[in-house]
Design a protein around this ligand. Structure first.
Ligand code: ADP
Ligand code: MG
Length: 277
């Protein structure tokens, strides 16, 4: 492990919990009530319905964008990201995929970690709608559409974080910002914060600014707690370093999506990236 440095990039999703209504409908922004009671036709994608964007959600997103020293777009627009899954009745998610759509691009955040000041670059901050929540029981899956359409901010960092400690310190700083600005309760116990964690390793003496030197990126999806982020990163760094030492790196470490399994404390392969390059 001593011969490598870790490169970690986070995709941090945080629900905006402090608007009165959802991001594109007049349903209340609250889902801790009777399942499937807090929905409007637009959340369910009924034919003929059209989304109307929530001004407060835009204002809050722009505030976060400014705090992160991002560049704000001249005008804001949304795009459709197609995927087919029961938690998404429309068959697409309204999001901001391609630049310059996002509410913020190319910013940075300074934060403290173990007494040192660190800096992470922000690739973009974008506003999107949350999907419904599904619960997988032994023989059935239940879906609660109350969460469908809740405003969600996704912050994508560059792979500037170098350890699990730095990743968690960054997340804690962001959580305080969201709470202090009254954008969100940012409570991971309520599922308001969810992270995708990207990890690769690189030889220590190489230049981290040259992407040619970067190792294969593994993405760990949907890590729901800061403790989970810490454990998943440490596990993944060790797995990748061990594979280097054993000479199995090229076989074992692929550009793929894995899932963090809380119970076994390991990451498990889900699929290879559809757009792997
Ligand atoms: P995707 O849709 O595949 O998740 P994104 O562009 O949304 O792609 O996210 C890419 C994430 O991966 C960013 O957080 C970025 O910092 C991170 N990343 C890119 N390359 C590496 C790498 N070599 N090692 C670790 N993280 C990386
Ligand atoms: Mg991703």
């Amino acid at each position: 492990m001593d011969n490598y440095i870790a490169m970690i990039g986070l995709e941090m999703h945080c629900e905006i919990s402090k608007t009165n209504t959802k991001v594109f409908s007049s349903a209340r922004n609250s889902y801790s009530e009777l399942p499937n009671s807090n929905i409007r036709p637009v959340d369910m994608a009924f034919p003929g319905t059209l989304p109307v964007v929530n001004k407060k959600a835009i204002e809050m997103s722009l505030m976060a964008s400014m705090i992160l020293k991002c560049k704000q777009p001249e005008y804001i627009y949304f795009e459709r990201k197609n995927y087919y899954y029961p938690d998404l009745p429309k068959g697409f998610q309204i999001t901001q995929e391609t630049k310059p759509a996002p509410v913020g691009i190319y910013g940075e955040l300074e934060f403290e970690c173990n007494g040192e000041t660190k800096k992470v670059r922000v690739n973009n901050l974008h506003l999107e709608e949350d999907a419904a929540s599904s619960e997988h029981l032994s023989s059935t899956t239940t879906i609660d559409y109350n969460r469908a359409g809740v405003p969600l901010l996704e912050l994508v960092t560059e792979p500037d974080l170098r350890s699990a400690d730095e990743a968690v310190a960054f997340l804690e700083t962001m959580r305080s910002i969201y709470q202090y600005t009254n954008i969100s309760e940012a409570d991971s116990k309520k599922g308001q914060i969810r992270c995708d964690v990207n990890v690769s390793i690189m030889e220590k003496d190489k230049d981290p600014n040259d992407p040619k030197n970067w190792g294969t990126r593994v993405e760990i999806k949907n890590v729901n707690s800061f403790g989970g982020v810490r454990d998943a990163i440490n596990y993944e760094i060790e797995r990748q370093c061990d594979a280097k030492e054993d000479g199995t790196y090229d076989k074992e470490v692929e550009q793929e999506t894995r899932r963090w399994d809380e119970e076994s404390g390991t990451t498990i392969r889900m699929r290879s990236k559809v757009d792997a390059i």
